[in-house]
Ligand binder design. Structure first.
Ligand SMILES: C[S@@+](CC[C@H](N)C(=O)[O-])C[C@H]1O[C@@H](n2cnc3c(N)ncnc32)[C@H](O)[C@@H]1O
Length: 355
């Protein structure tokens, strides 16, 4: 007998970071999936999405009637950070109209999927003295969901990119979600970098010499990051890719820009991902997207909580969990060793708070 398909929708779909993740989880857990709706306003993103998944996404979500969206079990949305500036001040559900979060809320209200996964920048957590996040969680609760959130870093999930993001999940029925905590060894940068990089990605001699006068390239490749104050630091991983970053924000060994394929790899996109737009569009798309590995880990746990499919990765995740626990214990020892102080003639070990 054919298994019932779990239906999902992909809002603000961009180039499909969420979709790659959910489809991998579906394959691994043997859960047949069907994407019944996707939307992105950007025509170049639509082109890339269509080339990779065949379905052409719909456009502006604010113009789409929630009732016209097919029924679904899971709603996915990596929504833009545009509403932040105003949302925290707003009073009720009606008040958030005009923000893109409102469009997620009205679809949840009409279609009532069993679960949702939202992703956004870490800044959302503390924005406007946490009023923005509180407003979002309150709205989701008022809609009858049990929402929870975590900040997760792509570096903890095997990607050589420091990208911290907020993940908000919610269930229509109260569920226990065991959030992933990472502990996955980081992929080496050398496995991400391309071998023969065209000349056009190299910076001018003047910029290179300026960089090399501050730092020297090492045997192992590093990514040099220039912060807003103009300070340069080199790491064996990339700082967060950004869609609108200046050209020389990240330079491999201080001498060349990342190629679009390297940027996609840093976000965990598979090699089969089809690049169909020009370099500058693809850079923007990769910078706007999400770390696929983290999305996969979160969705894996959402499916687990929903009782969908079999946990094929259980042993691996369990192992990762154990590894992380072990690391925490080791850190605790080190921390205690370094920080144990003699206070009132008694040894006092500071407690380690683990979030
Ligand atoms: C942060 S990106 C999400 C990227 C996506 N998660 C991915 O994996 O590529 C936000 C996306 O929202 C889209 N967007 C902005 N306003 C929109 C609207 N009114 N309707 C539909 N999409 C919109 C942007 O074009 C952008 O691709």
């Amino acid at each position: 007998m054919e298994q019932k398909k779990t239906k999902f929708i992909d809002l603000f779909c961009g180039i499909g970071g969420f979709r790659f993740a959910i489809e991998t989880v579906g394959r691994n857990r043997k859960v047949p999936l069907e994407c019944v709706f996707s939307s992105d306003i950007d025509l170049e993103c639509q082109k890339t999405y269509k080339a990779n998944f065949r379905d052409p996404p719909c456009g502006d979500i604010t113009k789409i009637n929630a009732g016209d969206i097919p029924d679904h079990d899971v709603l996915l949305a990596g929504f833009p950070c545009q509403p932040f500036s105003i949302i925290g001040q707003m009073k009720g559900f009606e008040d958030i109209r005009g923000t893109l979060f409102f469009d997620i809320a009205r679809i949840l209200d009409t279609k009532k999927p069993r679960a949702f996964v939202l992703e956004n920048v870490k800044l959302l957590e503390g924005h406007d003295k946490r009023r923005t996040l509180k407003k979002i969680l309150q709205t989701l609760t008022d809609l009858g969901y049990y929402p929870e959130y975590r900040i997760l870093n792509a570096l903890d999930f095997g990607l050589p990119q420091k990208r911290e993001r907020i993940w908000i999940v919610g269930f229509k029925e109260r569920k226990y979600i065991q959030w992933p905590i990472g502990g996955v060894p980081m992929k080496a940068l050398s496995a991400i970098l391309e071998k023969d990089v065209p000349e056009k990605f190299y910076v001018s001699e003047r910029i290179r010499n300026k960089r090399w006068s501050v730092l020297k390239p090492t045997n192992e490749p590093t990514i040099w990051h220039e912060n807003k104050a103009g300070h340069i630091s080199a790491y064996p991983y990339s700082c967060a890719l950004r869609a609108g970053a200046s050209y020389n924000y990240l330079l491999v060994n201080g001498e060349r820009r990342l190629t679009p394929r390297e940027m996609l790899r840093l976000q965990g996109f598979p090699e089969c991902f089809k690049i169909v737009c020009n370099d500058s569009q693809t850079r923007k798309q990769a910078g706007n997207s999400l770390p696929v590995n983290v999305a996969e880990a979160v969705i894996e746990r959402v499916f687990e909580a929903m009782g969908l499919g079999k946990s094929h990765k259980f042993n691996e995740y369990h192992y990762r969990y154990e590894r992380t626990q072990l690391r925490l214990l080791e850190e605790q020892e080190r921390y205690n060793h370094e920080r144990t102080k003699i206070k009132n003639r008694r040894k006092v070990s500071p407690t380690l708070s683990v979030k």
